[in-house]
Design a protein around this ligand. Structure first.
Ligand SMILES: *[C@@H]1O[C@H](CO)[C@@H](O)[C@H](O)[C@H]1NC(C)=O
Ligand SMILES: *[C@@H]1O[C@H](CO)[C@@H](O)[C@H](O)[C@H]1NC(C)=O
Ligand SMILES: *[C@@H]1O[C@H](CO)[C@@H](O)[C@H](O)[C@H]1NC(C)=O
Ligand SMILES: *[C@@H]1O[C@H](CO)[C@@H](O)[C@H](O)[C@H]1NC(C)=O
Ligand SMILES: *[C@@H]1O[C@H](CO)[C@@H](O)[C@H](O)[C@H]1NC(C)=O
Ligand SMILES: *[C@@H]1O[C@H](CO)[C@@H](O)[C@H](O)[C@H]1NC(C)=O
Ligand SMILES: *[C@@H]1O[C@H](CO)[C@@H](O)[C@H](O)[C@H]1NC(C)=O
Length: 309
């Protein structure tokens, strides 16, 4: 009985092996790191991945082993390995004498969004710039259960390679980038194409964000100074100069708050807000003044609220 079952299984696995397709879409992350772009609808949960030990070993008898030291049945310089359920791994090739020759780490790029948190509606990565100098930062939130890390950052201008550099911040959940060729005084015609590749185990997720600095600009907090009976609303120190060329619009709310909970500027949504470019605001008795700013020329994000009490 047992024999019959085994025989049946062998036939079955052989038959299914014949229908497994060879993956068509790959890219190289680093030397010796191959990323297979998964397409479950096309291949199903199993896919064959071609590996090469090295051009120099063509025609030689090559032995392959997995990271656990298990020897593969297939031999030769060019082989196909089966990746099942996105179980990538490292494959090492040896000469018949057992000398190490080369290795390839196989990773799988899937279409899911699991390594960082977010939703399609609210996005996953949020970029912001506090002025028009070409500096910008992008933030995300790791999923604690995934042990994610950055695998690669690709950043170009949409019509040219440009010269944009990015580095991971010490907090490990944001990057700071600088577009070295950014000109704040010219109209921004092309986009920045940012792709961040995250890795968790053998899985890669790619996040693509095209944007312009003017889309993501968000001034720092407005500074408020009291002068006699007026408040002076000052441009943030980090904002681009000259201010006449980079005007801000202020939103001002006056709140009468007695309890602490009432003194939060982001509450009181229904309250009347004044829009002004004036930097003077008449101070009234007994009111708290909330102020925030937005680039006057673009409909980008408002700054955080600042308040005077
Ligand atoms: C090892 O493999 C890498 C990536 O497949 C390849 O670029 C490199 O030339 C190989 N090294 C040798 C010695 O063949
Ligand atoms: C930037 O992304 C757009 C798609 O949004 C694409 O058409 C364009 O070719 C990309 N540019 C570069 C330089 O990769
Ligand atoms: C990019 O800009 C930096 C800073 O201005 C400069 O040092 C570097 O040489 C530039 N790189 C290229 C490729 O132009
Ligand atoms: C504001 O007060 C200062 C003294 O604190 C006074 O010298 C100045 O004239 C006042 N300015 C106005 C516009 O009232
Ligand atoms: C623009 O913002 C960057 C990053 O915060 C800062 O380093 C730079 O000094 C700012 N530029 C100006 C003109 O303040
Ligand atoms: C604020 O707006 C209201 C009308 O919406 C107006 O009556 C009032 O004068 C404005 N306050 C200031 C200081 O501009
Ligand atoms: C500005 O953006 C907000 C939120 O994205 C949107 O609701 C509003 O209609 C926009 N206003 C203009 C004038 O485009």
């Amino acid at each position: 009985m047992t024999l019959i079952v085994i025989g049946f299984l062998i036939v079955l696995s052989h038959a299914s092996m014949g229908s497994i397709k060879v993956a068509e879409n790959y890219w190289t992350l680093k030397s010796n790191e191959l990323v297979v772009v998964e397409d479950m609808t096309k291949y199903g949960s199993k896919v064959l991945v071609p590996l090469v030990c090295g051009e120099a070993f063509e025609g030689q008898n090559i032995i392959w082993k997995t990271v656990s030291g298990e020897k593969l049945q297939v031999q030769g310089n060019r082989i196909l390995v089966m990746v099942e359920e996105r179980q990538g791994g490292t494959y090492t090739c040896y000469s018949t004498e057992g000398n190490y020759l080369n290795h390839t780490l196989v990773l799988v790029q899937w279409p899911y969004r699991k390594i960082i948190k977010g939703t399609p509606e609210h996005g996953y990565i949020h970029c912001a710039a506090n002025n028009y100098s070409g500096f910008f930062q992008c933030f995300w939130t790791w999923d604690e259960t995934r042990a994610g890390k950055i695998a690669q950052i690709k950043v170009t201008r949409s019509h040219s390679v440009g010269n944009i550099s990015c580095s991971l911040d010490s907090s490990a959940n944001s990057i700071t980038c600088q577009d070295h060729e950014y000109c704040p005084y010219a109209e921004e015609l092309d986009h920045i194409n940012l792709t961040i590749y995250f890795r968790s185990n053998y899985v890669i997720e790619a996040y693509f964000l095209p944007f312009q600095i003017s889309d993501i600009v968000r001034p720092d907090m407005v500074r408020i100074r009291k002068k006699n009976n007026t408040l002076e609303l000052q441009y943030p120190e980090s904002w681009s100069t000259p201010f006449s060329y980079f005007p801000l619009t202020f939103q001002v709310k006056e709140i009468r708050c007695r309890k602490k909970a009432d003194c939060d500027c982001s509450n009181h949504r229904s309250l009347k807000v004044n829009l002004t470019q004036e930097q003077q605001w008449p101070l009234k008795k007994g009111v708290m003044v909330c102020v925030r700013a937005q680039d006057d020329l673009c409909n980008s994000s408002w700054s955080k609220w600042n308040k005077y009490k």
